[in-house]
Write a protein that binds this ligand. Sequence first.
Ligand SMILES: Nc1ncnc2c1ncn2[C@@H]1O[C@H](COP(=O)(O)OP(=O)(O)OP(=O)(O)O)[C@@H](O)[C@H]1O
Length: 460
Amino acid sequence: MSQKIDWAKYVQQTEEKLSNISVNEKESEDATDTYSPAEASLFAKIIRKGLVDNKHDIDIQRNDPNSPLYSVKTFEALNLKPNLLKGVYEMGFNTPSKIQEAALPILLADPPQNLIAQSQSGTGKTAAFVLAMLSKVDTSKKYPQVLCLSPTYELAIQTGEAAAYMAKFCPEIEMKFGVRGEELPRGTQLTDHIIIGTPGKVLDWAFRYRVFDLSKISVFVLDEADVMIDQQGHQDQCIRIHKHLSPTCQMMFFSATYTERVMSFAEHIVKNPIIIRLKREEESLDNIAQYYVRCSSSEEKYAAVTNIYGTVGVGQAIIFCQTRKTASWLAGKLHQDGHAVAVLTGELAVEQRINVLDRFREGKEKVLITTNVLSRGIDVEQVTIVVNFDLPVDRDGEADCETYLHRIGRTGRFGKKGIAINLIDSDNAMRICETIEKHFGKTIKYLNTKDCDEIEKIGQ
Ligand SMILES: Nc1ncnc2c1ncn2[C@@H]1O[C@H](COP(=O)(O)OP(=O)(O)OP(=O)(O)O)[C@@H](O)[C@H]1O
């Protein structure tokens, strides 16, 4: 039986805690690295050329009414501004996905409706809220009206780039990145309509530099909303921002995952929300085949990675490590063995981080090794395999099912086929794997990476 929580007390306690927090605190984009004990997890994405071109599969999924990509309506039916519609088509989007079709009429409704939405990884949530953000701007007013928060620097940049692309034919809409490195002189008053950023920088701008007025924000978007309001995530900062918003501000919360506790907290802080929610068994996508591999040591895990890499004919790979140390170790070894690898962890300077990601997107590096800092939201279309070098665990060392889902969701984007491989090096890791399997009700099959034929089969 679930325990009843006194949310009013909970919020009050959070607010009391907030009075002791300095806005000068460490930037939040590092939080995934800093807060999560599962920082030490490995996320490997290995790209196999043969699996990349899967438009056909997308069409099949779209014809299936049970697919989250299924859509019957058109973007025209959403009554978007003509120049925005042009931008949508320019992005190559012909029909809205299921979440776009369901969320956009709610988000664009007059009077504004608050929304808490859940939809699987890679199903087009970003375009849904970005379109709503762009539609809601009143360009005759020269101040920030829309605020969109992301948990990491990379994700804020990715969302901003998607917004800029979509607003290609709306030059009157001005946007500003509120992320580390974007310095503003004291006394600046922002005239941009939209701020897309991370909570730490936005707090700094709102309270320390006062470059914009939070009470004038009329649309507030939380991407990866669950981690943003979870105690182990960015809750302190987000609640502080949320507290200063006008009561009439429209709230848009999006994520692929919400635990029960986080969902009831979201319902508590969002007034009269419309909720779009998935059943547990719908959370993980069927287009991502999941496997586990038994290994007895790090060295054996490394051998498994190279066997997969060699056999599946990998074009590119990203590897997610539990710790920065493991990431460096793995990168060094792969590098020694002649693989083109890149590493992205929270300790890099932000310009380096974005540079690494850009190079990977362009296919300049074969392997990208990272920590949980890249587990959410990052959209690299070509990724077809995710390898969890270690399974994600929470602070208590128990299975972190949400992080698992986000990690494997870096593959199988928008209906493409994907493969997730979990490297298991202990009985405890096996237990965690079984917990994850049970949680989502999806089989994680055994894979023998010493058997080349077997590995070859998974890529077919
Ligand atoms: N209607 C559409 N038609 C075609 N492609 C689309 C459409 N909507 C989104 N996409 C593409 O699908 C991909 C995944 O979308 P997006 O990144 O928004 O997923 P998401 O649901 O936010 O995933 P995550 O939970 O991982 O953040 C992107 O490359 C995006 O350009």
